[in-house]
Design a protein around this ligand. Structure first.
Ligand SMILES: *Cc1c(COP(=O)(O)O)cnc(C)c1O
Length: 430
């Protein structure tokens, strides 16, 4: 496989961009090798600047659930561009967007648009703190909520991959208000809440974790947390930046039937444009400026071009609800096929999956939290990743990331993925 142009531009990139990339998860530090620079994409495939083609299993880390180059979205964006790139005034698309989000996401009564998932989570905890008049928040080890200071503690994903779970630059004061708990352990969570009685403003979590690889909530976990928050007057925040509009039209809360007080959204909500949102109960959202005292603003929030892309995406998902079952069946076919080869070769692995998200961990332990995720053989994952790449399948370049399917992945791609998987395992095993 020819990688000369990517190699060259990456070398050049490193002099003007820190590490040569604009987000650390794009670097190949965890798997070895240099990042691949993409040129174009269509449907299930991405093409790099050296002309290689890959089946895309990251789909821009989630947003491209319909695959690349969806014509409805592209057309909506072109129309919006012809009207203006930005006004800095309200537009009716924002109202339509808010109404559609409230309709699709069961627990959201009011919503505020922002420009990224990071902004959504930062704002949500500010509102929760303002609402409860308490300072502390609880997050879970291995859960990622964007790069806000309060969350860069046991943050999984890029942070875990880079070996900097506690980033320099986060003050002790900030770190001290963030308590961390192991995922999927309700008893431990109750202990932490009891030890900080009447001080915890919010508990924030990924209802299905995707930033330590895919980790699903154990039976009764979300329900137990809901009950605990009700008893203690704590705002329960589901960070559905990844799972929102992906696991169901209404996200993980719809799939598991547990309603948070607040929800943060991102990724799919922008249809590929930079969009985030946070919303929840009206009583809580009324705290947000200008209706309440908690300040939060944005020059480009609700940007008309971004709204056009996001609206078209959400409208499509809302009116094609059958696609969720179809995505899941593609996932099941891939996972089953992968397991057959892993079993044939007698390899240790754990496979976690839900809907269109799945992860293979090179470990013999059940992966239920960050500790168990970290028991994976990372060297083996790195070798597997690079072999998959050589066989034309683009995976997330870290063991601690989930994979995302798109509706563009059909029978032909499933077979290609499974055949690449078999070849990759045979190579790294020989
Ligand atoms: C990606 C992600 C974020 C951060 O969103 P950005 O748009 O990258 O700022 C927050 N929370 C979760 C669960 C995510 O997966």
């Amino acid at each position: 496989m020819e990688k000369g142009k990517s190699k060259e531009i990456f070398a050049q990139a490193q002099s003007s961009i820190p590490g040569g990339v604009n987000s650390p998860v794009r670097a190949f530090k965890a798997v070895g090798g240099d990042p691949i620079f993409m040129e174009s994409a269509a449907g299930a495939y991405m093409k790099d600047i050296d002309g290689n083609q890959y089946i895309d299993l990251i789909n821009s880390w989630g947003p491209m659930i319909l695959g690349h180059g969806n014509e409805l979205i592209a057309e909506a964006v072109k129309q919006a561009v012809s009207r203006s790139l930005s006004f800095g005034t309200p537009t009716s698309a924002e109202v339509e967007m808010a109404e559609l989000i409230c309709k699709m996401v069961p627990s959201i009564e009011q919503v505020r648009m922002v420009n990224s998932g990071t902004e959504a989570t930062m704002s949500a905890i500010r509102v929760a703190r303002g609402y409860t008049k308490r300072d502390k928040i609880i997050k879970f080890e291995g859960c990622y909520h964007g790069h806000g200071d309060s969350f860069l503690i046991a943050a999984g994903s890029g942070a875990a991959t880079m070996g900097e779970p506690n980033s320099p630059g986060v003050t002790k004061g900030t770190a001290q208000d963030t308590l961390t708990a192991p995922y999927n352990d309700l008893d431990k969570l109750k202990e932490i809440v009891a030890a900080n009685k009447d001080q915890v403003a919010a508990i924030i979590l990924e209802p299905v974790a995707g930033n330590m690889g895919c980790v699903t909530p154990v039976e009764g976990y979300l329900e137990g947390m809901r009950q605990l928050c009700d008893q203690e007057g704590i705002v329960l925040i589901f960070d559905e930046v990844m799972t929102g509009f992906r696991l169901a039209p209404g996200g993980a809360q719809e799939l598991y039937g547990v309603m948070p007080d607040m929800t943060t959204l991102g990724k799919i909500i922008g249809g590929g444009m930079p969009v985030g949102a946070y919303g929840g109960k009206k009583e809580i959202m009324q705290m947000v400026s200008p209706s309440g005292p908690v300040y939060q603003a944005g020059t480009l929030s609700g940007n008309p071009v971004a709204m056009a892309a996001g609206l078209e995406m959400l409208k499509y998902l809302d009116s094609h609800r059958e696609l969720y079952a179809s995505l899941e069946s593609t996932q099941q076919q891939i996972v089953k096929g992968m397991q057959e080869t892993l079993d044939e070769l007698g390899l240790n692995y754990t496979m976690n999956a839900v809907g269109s998200m799945y992860s293979m961990f090179f470990t013999d332990q059940k992966v239920v939290d960050f500790e168990t995720a970290k028991s994976s053989d990372l060297d083996k994952f790195g070798a597997y990743f690079n072999e998959m790449l050589n066989n034309g399948v683009y995976l997330a370049p870290s063991q601690f990331e989930t994979l995302f399917l798109s509706t563009a992945i059909g029978q032909k791609e499933v077979e290609q993925i499974l055949s690449a998987h078999k070849k990759a395992l045979q190579t790294i095993n020989s």
